[in-house]
Design a protein around this ligand. Structure first.
Ligand code: 5GP
Ligand code: ZN
Length: 114
């Protein structure tokens, strides 16, 4: 999508600290990290919100989680723990309307989140 920030990162039009890439998924550092490690995993195909997912997207969403899991292993935080979050729409705090799985690690997490 032409006016989507994350599509521009995928296209290389906006720089990002890439930490993971395959045919369908890109992972890059969040520009405003909320933990020592804060990575966003996104599908390369534009999907605006979790509400727009279809049954045929199940494997794609699974790949976002597998990429996060792999990154946790690479960071060495898999056993101590980390958090994954996908916000959906305004009430949940979604600000970029291209779905993204947040992966945060490196500090204690609290519940419930704000
Ligand atoms: P949301 O609030 O939609 O769940 O998360 C959007 C995330 O994108 C935020 O954590 C924000 O810091 C991050 N973000 C916004 N603009 C940019 C950008 O230009 N580059 C990167 N790497 N992250 C961004
Ligand atoms: Zn997009």
């Amino acid at each position: 999508m032409a006016d989507c920030l994350f599509c521009k990162i995928i296209a290389g039009e906006i720089p990002a600290g890439k930490i993971y890439e395959d045919d369908e998924v890109l992972g890059f550092n969040d520009i405003n990290p909320q933990a020592p490690h804060h990575v966003l995993f996104i599908p390369k195909r534009h999907i605006s919100t979790l509400n727009d997912l279809e049954g045929t997207d199940a494997a794609l969403v699974g790949k976002l989680y597998l990429a996060a899991k792999t990154h946790a292993g690479n960071l060495g935080v898999a056993q101590e723990g980390y958090r994954t979050v996908m916000n959906c729409n305004a009430m949940a705090g979604q600000t970029v309307f291209h779905i993204h799985l947040h992966m945060l690690a490196g500090r204690p997490m609290h519940w419930p989140p704000g």
